[in-house]
Design a protein around this ligand. Structure first.
Ligand code: NCD
Ligand code: ZN
Length: 345
């Protein structure tokens, strides 16, 4: 008997599409299954102003193959110079769906991020007034803090103080990787959401480091211990609407990951829905995949869920290509380390 699962078309609430030939190669991988995505602004130079976002949006639409439908939900990269009036106008015109906070130096292309949080207070206050969500890369960058503790320390020393000081600010704690993150989001009320990536539901730090270093599992925030992965799985599959999918699919050329100083980022756009179906099946929660992938995100962002559907069918393992080719070289696809039985028809 064939098993099928039909759900509303999913959205990706945290995605890196890049630019140029990389954009051209990876955009169809997302647009094939996803209707919309929150597009990260960490280009070089970053997408800082409304004008930058409008230009980037036009480049994305120009790269979309004929016959494919996809809506990029644009974000602005918050800097200490961001103008609250520019943010407000961009939000009110519908151009921008969120603002992204990178602590300076936290991750790939985050040098223009925020060092002094007092400097961005007027922007945060404007955002609270107009209900524009702040997407947060939740890691401190203080060199004294161990990389595995950066998320927990961020919650206590940065995120919670910001939220207390800015009542009404709507925050998405992105790509949570710890039980601390899960607990904080679960207790946070209506103004707080949390995204979870596909790969953090599947790998822990042993997958990254045991038996040889696996550069294609290296991302930021870095994968944590098994107990944290289990907390993330429970959150994603547990039906709490505050948790939703943000793949953080972050392509880098294969040779720049297999490198003495390898880039952070896992590219999972192509097989994410197959991976998630496998994970939700393993957890006995296939009936909650639609909530996590297609309902909870729009509800948080106050957008309608997609009317279209996709159908997943269970069968023989799906043979995904190991790499996606770009004009600049290959990008390695996330390998979950187990067979994927669910294909998207
Ligand atoms: C992202 C990238 O490559 O842009 N990398 C990653 O490991 N997730 C940046 C980010 O989201 O932290
Ligand atoms: Zn990211």
């Amino acid at each position: 008997m064939t098993q099928t699962l039909t759900i509303r078309r999913p959205d990706d609430w945290h995605l890196h599409l890049r630019d140029g030939s990389m954009l051209k190669a990876v955009l169809p991988e997302t647009a094939r299954h996803f209707a919309r995505a929150i597009v990260m602004p960490n280009l070089v130079p970053p997408v800082v102003t409304a004008a930058d976002a409008a230009a980037y949006r036009a480049r994305i639409m120009a790269a979309l193959p004929e016959g494919m439908a996809f809506t990029p939900l644009m974000t602005l990269y918050l800097t200490e110079e961001t103008d609250p009036a520019d943010v407000k106008a961009a939000a009110e015109s519908g151009l921008v769906t969120a603002v992204k906070l990178y602590p300076a130096g936290a991750t790939t292309n985050s040098a223009s991020g925020v060092r002094d949080f007092d400097k961005v207070r007027p922007v945060l206050e404007t955002m609270a007034e107009i209900g524009l969500p702040l997407c947060v890369h939740g890691e401190v960058t203080t060199p004294e803090v161990d990389i595995f503790d950066r998320e927990a320390v961020f919650i206590e020393t940065v995120l919670d103080p910001i939220r207390r000081a800015t009542p009404g600010l709507r925050v998405v704690m992105e790509h949570i990787t710890t039980r601390d993150g899960v607990d904080y989001v679960a207790a946070g009320g209506d103004d707080l959401g949390g995204t979870i990536t596909t790969h953090h539901l599947i790998i822990n730090r042993n997958h990254l480091l045991v038996g040889g270093i696996r550069p294609h599992y290296y991302c930021l925030p870095v994968a944590k211990r098994e107990e944290h992965r289990l907390a993330l799985r429970a959150a994603a599959t547990g039906g709490n609407p505050r948790f939703f999918l943000g793949t953080d699919s972050a392509p880098h050329l294969t040779h720049l990951k297999e490198h003495a100083c390898g880039c952070a980022g896992v590219f999972s756009a192509t097989n994410t829905m197959s991976c998630l179906a496998e994970v939700f099946e393993q957890e006995g929660a296939l009936d909650r995949l639609e909530g996590f992938g297609a309902l909870n995100g729009p509800a948080f962002y106050r957008l309608p869920a997609n009317e279209e559907t996709i159908t997943l069918t269970r069968g023989d393992p799906v043979a995904y290509p190991p790499v996606i080719e770009t004009d600049d070289g290959p990008v390695t696809l996330f390998d979950p380390g187990f067979p994927l039985h669910w294909r998207v028809d």
